[in-house]
Design a protein around this ligand. Structure first.
Ligand code: CA
Length: 686
């Protein structure tokens, strides 16, 4: 096999090859302000990243000085496989540099932005080791350097007879400056929690604590991971994207005392101990004329960083580096759904209560109604078919809950045994399509093993054949799935609204969590939170249940703060008579899909000012989670010169924070709005 042919399909745009790698190879982003340094020393490959600040030129006409601000210090790269250890004894076979910046232009149906144009400069390295040479297997590393973002992945290539390998782990690391603090969420033990359903990315964060803090369970931290670096006033978000059935999902280990995190694979005990913790990879092969083009890749690891939180809240790196894996079978739409279970719980999964929530959806003009777990026992298939017909009559699309089981935990709700087996699953999907069902919500997955990634992909792929969207609960973080799988809708993978019902302590923290998620969990993937609670007490009965601490306008603002194209809102029939009309009117028109998202101001867990645009309309939200009142000045012109004039309405909680009201928006002479938000209160401008 000719060397050139072997390399050409790492990525078709890599067309210039340099003979060898200099001591340190630097790649700059298209705006030259983000850098990646890669070096190969004593057979070990490592990288570091950061951004450059431009100091003012000392003399007129002199060149401006640039200063490197590192956010990730020299960190190891490499992969452990059953054919060779690709973390040491590496020699360089080839270096590939693309001739020009690579452009990514695409439409994203659901997410923070709809039309995306991003640019990267790339670097590809092909490496081997003395042991790998015997099997002919080569490791390539592909780096992509965008403005404020760096991503990399590995690819394994066939050079001899060996055409498949098992990956047992990675050396891939992330070394942070020692003063870094973290907003990160621990990985739980496997097979713990309710009915042995964990891990499900539903743990409490640590807030601004040293990055070297030991994780609660000793298994490290789930993606995404947000870090603050006080010494350089920088922020860094680390995550993963492009995880499909061909790999496992990973997380970060605990850091070493000097700040090195490494990629950690799933735990042995996940999926009730069944299935490998590693990944089974078919290798890329240039002799097969293109049909192995997608083979041999690991997921991407992504780094988003800069001197502010703006690149993190606005990043699209999660979707820039990946591709759609199949065509949508129909034109999928966003959906606002009523959802009886969240405040009326298991007892509401009966025919009459579901009729009440279908009626509620119809009276709000929403698209759907989610019928949650227990329908199989308490409504039955014949009853469901009657509900499907009632939905049709009311112009509301049904969404139906499923248990993902299978054989990996003890979650009892039905319907079970419908999603894990492709034969039964396809029959079920046909029944759903015939009933006019818009989507399914599948719950209680088994962890992050490749075994479980295959199940996620199987469900999504079969559902698309029948025009059905999919929400996952009790699940992993979506890793690029909004683009990879066009009928994917959203994932829980967060301590979500159900915890408001379960505990007062969670209600007391609601505002803090709401102002954290746009910077972390929701920055890299659709978050199906199930929010906007307008009842003061969280119960079916008016004087029972936990007490909500946030204001009404704060709850309305969460409908915009939390991004998912499918939103199961926590409104109940009582809200129709108890809430001010303007609150209901707001919920009647609030969108769930966005054309643009802009960060204006904020600090994770304290406050946020965020803008999202749907078609021609901008929505600006300001949310205060701190204990004391906060005075904010909002300048809509940061969104564009004429945006201030297009905004007409202000929703706020009154001077006391307890009098929700709608007012005409009045900007001052400078075109700004100055507003004081009481604790756990908010404003919405549109
Ligand atoms: Ca859950």
């Amino acid at each position: 096999m000719k060397q050139a042919a072997k390399l050409s399909f790492i990525i078709s745009l890599f067309i210039i090859s340099a003979p060898a790698m200099a001591q340190t190879t630097r790649v700059l982003s298209p705006d030259s302000l983000t850098y990646l340094d890669v070096k190969l020393t004593d057979g070990k490959l490592s990288y570091s990243v950061g951004y450059r600040t431009v100091a003012k030129a000392k003399k007129k006409g002199a060149k401006a000085d640039t200063l490197d601000v590192p956010v990730l210090l020299d960190s190891p790269l490499g992969v452990y496989t059953n054919v060779a250890d690709f973390s040491k004894d590496l020699t360089l076979v080839e270096t590939l540099r693309p001739e020009a910046a690579i452009r990514h232009s695409y439409h994203l149906r659901q997410g923070k932005q709809s039309e995306i144009n991003s640019e990267e400069n790339g670097l590809g390295l092909v490496l081997t080791t003395p042991k790998a040479k015997r099997s002919g297997v080569l490791m390539a590393v592909q780096f992509s350097v965008f403005n404020n973002n760096v991503a990399y992945r590995y690819r394994f290539l066939q050079g001899g007879e060996t055409s498949s390998i098992v990956v047992t782990g990675e050396a891939s690391g992330f070394r942070l400056p020692t003063d870094a603090t973290a907003f990160i969420c621990p990985q739980s033990d496997p097979m713990i929690g309710w009915k042995r359903t964990k891990p499900s990315y539903e743990e409490y964060y640590i807030w601004d604590e040293p990055a070297t803090t030991r994780s609660q369970y000793g298994h490290g931290w789930t993606f995404p991971c947000l870090f603050r670096i006080p010494s350089s006033s920088s922020w860094l978000l680390i995550s993963e994207t492009g995880v499909s059935s061909s790999y496992c999902a990973s997380h970060l280990s605990d850091a070493t005392p000097d700040g090195l995190f490494t990629i950690a694979f799933p735990m042995e005990g996940e999926n009730n101990g069944f299935g490998s913790t590693g990944a089974q990879l078919g290798l890329g092969n240039c002799k097969t004329n293109g049909h192995d083009e997608a083979a041999g890749f690991t997921p991407w690891r992504t780094l988003t960083f800069g001197p502010s939180l703006k690149p993190i809240v606005e990043t699209t790196i999660t979707w820039d580096v990946i591709d759609q894996l199949y065509e949508p079978s129909i034109d999928y739409q966003g959906s606002r759904n009523t959802w009886s279970w969240i405040l009326w719980q298991d007892e509401s999964i009966n025919y009459d209560d579901q009729v009440a929530f279908i009626d509620l959806a119809a009276s709000l003009g929403w698209e759907g109604c989610l019928i949650d777990g227990g329908w199989y026992e308490h409504i039955g298939r014949a009853g469901m078919e009657k509900l499907f017909a009632y939905c049709k009559q009311k112009g509301v699309r049904p969404w139906v809950w499923y248990n993902s089981n299978g054989g990996w935990n003890d979650a009892p709700q039905c319907a079970r045994q419908c999603m894990h087996n492709p034969i039964v699953r396809k029959q079920e999907m046909r029944w759903l399509r015939d009933g006019g069902v818009a989507g399914i919500k599948v719950d209680f997955f088994a962890g992050d093993k490749q075994e479980t990634m295959r199940l996620y992909e199987g469900i999504l792929s079969d559902a698309n054949d029948f025009g059905i969207q999919v929400i996952f609960h009790g699940c992993t973080l979506p890793r690029g799935w909004e683009r990879m799988y066009p009928n994917y809708c959203g994932s829980e993978a967060v301590l979500a609204s159900e915890n408001l019902y379960f505990g007062q302590a969670f209600c007391d923290m609601e505002a803090r969590h709401a102002t954290l998620h746009p910077f972390v969990r929701n920055a890299v993937g659709s978050m199906e939170y199930g929010g906007t609670v307008l009842q003061r007490r969280l119960h079916r009965e008016p004087n029972k249940g936990n007490t909500r601490r946030t204001s009404d306008i704060f709850e309305l603002a969460t409908a915009i703060a939390f991004q998912s194209s499918g939103q199961n809102f926590a409104l109940t029939p009582r809200n129709l008579t108890e809430q001010p009309q303007f609150e209901l009117d707001f919920m009647r028109q609030v969108p769930t899909t966005w054309d643009e998202t802009r960060f204006i101001d904020g600090y994770p867990g304290k406050y946020i000012v965020l803008a999202r645009r749907h078609a021609d309309r901008w929505y600006i939200i300001a949310m205060n989670a701190e204990d004391q009142a906060k005075a904010l000045t909002i300048d809509p012109s940061v969104l564009g010169d004429s945006v201030g004039r297009s905004l007409t309405t202000l929703l706020h909680d009154g001077i006391d924070g307890k009098s929700p009201q709608l007012s005409p928006l009045k900007l001052d002479k400078r075109g700004h709005l100055s507003i004081k938000l009481q604790s756990q209160c908010a404003a919405v401008i549109y």
